[in-house]
Design a protein around this ligand. Structure first.
Ligand SMILES: Cc1cc2nc3c(=O)[nH]c(=O)nc-3n(C[C@H](O)[C@H](O)[C@H](O)COP(=O)(O)O)c2cc1C
Length: 307
């Protein structure tokens, strides 16, 4: 459980961070994110405002942020007491109690950074924030995802919400790549592309969105001092795996598709020569009749794969 202080600013958070980091000799702010970097998007005027950063001051994690422009802001009331716990029931109970006679600024809900987050100003004008801390995927959560994910080959036409797609793409952005050259390039295909896409692969399965994962061969790593092996394909495969599991985490289905005609895809979508297509990933909500193929459960025993 954590109990922290959250300082709120009105556009001068960056200056405050620089001031306090110098005064307390904390080094660079930790986890700095601007409104412009948040996956939900923001107003143009807020792009450079700080959404979150923290400074370790005397061993305490002091959190900082700017409020969105145009929001009521009074100097002196810019501190929020911030409670992090992995007990959702406790958050709900305390939040409800503080809300009585107070003012709920953000009702408890899932956000891109917490499974359960809320902000309330209580009857004494004290602002509180609550965040469920146990939402970070744990080893157990991953093993569950790894076991439960299967290749979905029948999708509902329901579109993917923008924030879910953003979370999936973010997982592709941060994937590891050889030498961190980050050669991955992702093309998002939607409705208007499907006539052409369906000429390149029979494996769209009715998905409302298809990602094409490529690598840029002009920047990908090569094992040049040994055998010249191209590593871009490995990078793109790792990225595709990240995307696949991020989709599963968002409650969406996907199917890795290698069965496509890369030359036709390159021609129809005018991909530059250095962009090498590796995988198609249809993504969407699984149709009601979707179920794992027999191949899903037909796995080797551990002793068969250990050499
Ligand atoms: C590199 C790769 C290429 C694949 N290509 C296709 C494909 O072209 N079409 C398809 O229907 N499934 C494709 N799959 C899905 C596999 O058939 C599937 O992952 C495998 O049978 C295990 O089933 P599961 O994903 O349900 O566990 C591909 C999977 C991988 C990893």
């Amino acid at each position: 459980m954590s109990f922290d202080v959250f300082l709120n600013f009105n556009g001068d958070c960056r200056a405050a961070l620089s001031f306090y980091s110098e005064v307390f000799q904390t080094g660079e702010p930790v986890g700095l994110m601007t409104y412009g970097q948040n996956p939900y998007g923001c107003a143009e005027a807020d792009k450079e405002r700080i959404l979150y950063a923290s400074l370790p001051i005397f061993g305490h994690n002091i959190m900082f942020s700017d409020c969105p422009s145009g929001e009521p802001y009074a100097k002196g009331s810019n501190i929020a007491l911030t409670l992090g716990t992995d007990n959702a029931d406790e958050i709900r109970r305390i939040f409800a109690a503080l809300s009585e006679g107070g003012e709920v600024h953000m009702p408890l809900d899932k956000t891109f950074f917490s499974e359960l987050y809320g902000m309330v100003k209580d009857r004494f004008d004290i602002t509180w924030q609550f965040s469920l801390t146990s939402f970070q995927p744990t080893a157990t959560a991953f093993s569950t995802l790894a076991r439960e994910r299967y290749s979905v080959r029948s999708f509902s036409s329901k579109p993917i919400e923008g924030e879910k797609l953003a979370a999936i793409l973010e997982a592709g952005r941060i994937a590891p790549t050889a030498c961190n050259y980050q050669p991955q390039r992702i093309k998002i295909f939607t409705e208007e592309d499907f006539a052409k896409l369906d000429r390149c692969s029979p494996c769209r399965f009715g998905a409302p969105t298809v990602l094409l994962v490529c690598y840029d061969s002009s920047i990908s790593a090569k094992r040049s001092t040994i055998d010249g092996k191209e590593i871009g394909e490995i990078d793109a495969s790792i990225v595709t795996t990240h995307l696949m599991f991020a989709a599963a985490e968002q409650g969406l289905g996907s199917c890795w598709v290698a069965h496509f005609d890369p030359a036709r895809l390159t021609e129809l979508f005018a991909l530059p020569e250095n962009i090498v297509p590796i995988a198609l990933l249809p993504i969407g909500y699984a149709a009601q009749d979707a179920k794992p193929a027999a191949m899903h459960t037909n796995k080797n025993k551990l002793e068969d794969i250990l050499i």
